[in-house]
Ligand binder design. Sequence first.
Ligand code: BGP
Length: 462
Amino acid sequence: MKRFPDKFLWGGAVAANQVEGAYLDDGKGLSTSDVQPEGIFGPVINRSGDESYTKDVAIDFYHRYPQDISLFAEMGFTCLRISIAWARIFPQGDEQQPNEAGLAYYDRLFDELERHNIQPVVTLSHYEMPWGLVQNYGGWGNRKVIEFFQRYARTLFERYSRRVKIWLTFNEINMSLHAPLTGVGLPQDSSLAQIYQAIHHQLVASALVVKACHELVPEGKIGNMLLGGLMYPLSCQPDDVFETLQQNRRWLFFGDVQCRGAYPGYMQRYFRENNIKLEISEQDRAALRQTVDFISFSYYMTGCSTADQASHEAQRGNIMSMIPNPHLKSSEWGWQIDPVGLRTLLNMLWDRYQKPLFIVENGLGAKDKVEADGSINDDYRISYINDHLVQAREAIDDGVELMGYTSWGPIDLVSASKAELAKRYGFIYVDRDDQGNGTLARSRKKSFYWYQDIIKSHGEKL
Ligand code: BGP
């Protein structure tokens, strides 16, 4: 099979706080992302109002979306994944009534997408929540936040149900273990028990809004979103193999709850052995039985795992303390490039859940060079995405049901981990640097024309 299916969704993915800027416009409240201007692992900054950070303006998508969407249309996108900034809709998080100006902004955005026949894929919460909910309630550590999240989600479902049919709950929900403030609104030094309790609240909230989506959005589909953190055993030593299974379960657990509707036995043992006692009511258990319609995930790299804990300790600071794979090359940021791992992961998730899959993030962060004539020859990005798409196509041939592919950052944006613009992912270049220089003008990179060709040929030109 050379072609992707005709109904396959082609597009790109962005997140509100990494593109919009306009961080206080039209009544928006501060979000967790605004007080963590150095990225998802960075410290919390008390803002006085005089400072300025890269994310405050980001790429000014808030004002420039018509131009950006027309460039996406030129590439042939059939979908665009965006997120809604919760603090634009409920500035403090606990209001009874939504902020009309915030809702109206996304109306205009969806109008524009509709004009270009681009279907929106909307994440309810992409690495942010209203800062007010953290300050006044303790973030997801507080059960009350489930109620506020439901109010927020129902507001969106009611308002946008005609135009938005594909929804995602929490971006990379499993990242809460590594960046608690970003994920669940808890301080970085929270205990595992506190983090898992907050995650439990989030899992219940996720299940409840899946139900609400089915009630309020005719023909709507709603999925979860996982960081696809596939680990390989560093050796075939049986202890390494078993430890790798356990490491993979640390993140697959989220998928197990969201797709199978209950806490798996291996997690109950983990909680027992780590003295983690969760408050889970009968009502919570009933809510969790509502499972997602499909699974979406990000995929950038793989890593290795071993039973030798000291080797993992030495990798602290790396995402999930992954140990480098000697068979793979890395990006400039040390992310190991592994297209075949994508095929493995797609098959693994399909075997495990038998629910449709959606690759909603994949791409290469790199430093681009603008030539004297303005051109940008990003062959490295083309080859990264090409090789991953080839493997996605193989997985479809293996029998995996794959809904679509949205590259991460089809336009340059602010990175989540370091909050920098120097790490570029786009097919579209944005003239801006981390010192705030540049006109914010957009230009097409070589990869722009390549992706256009791939979409047009339904992947035949890979
Ligand atoms: C994922 C996040 C995105 C995105 C991407 C790339 O984890 O969902 O928000 O940013 O990773 O990471 P980075 O921006 O740190 O390069």
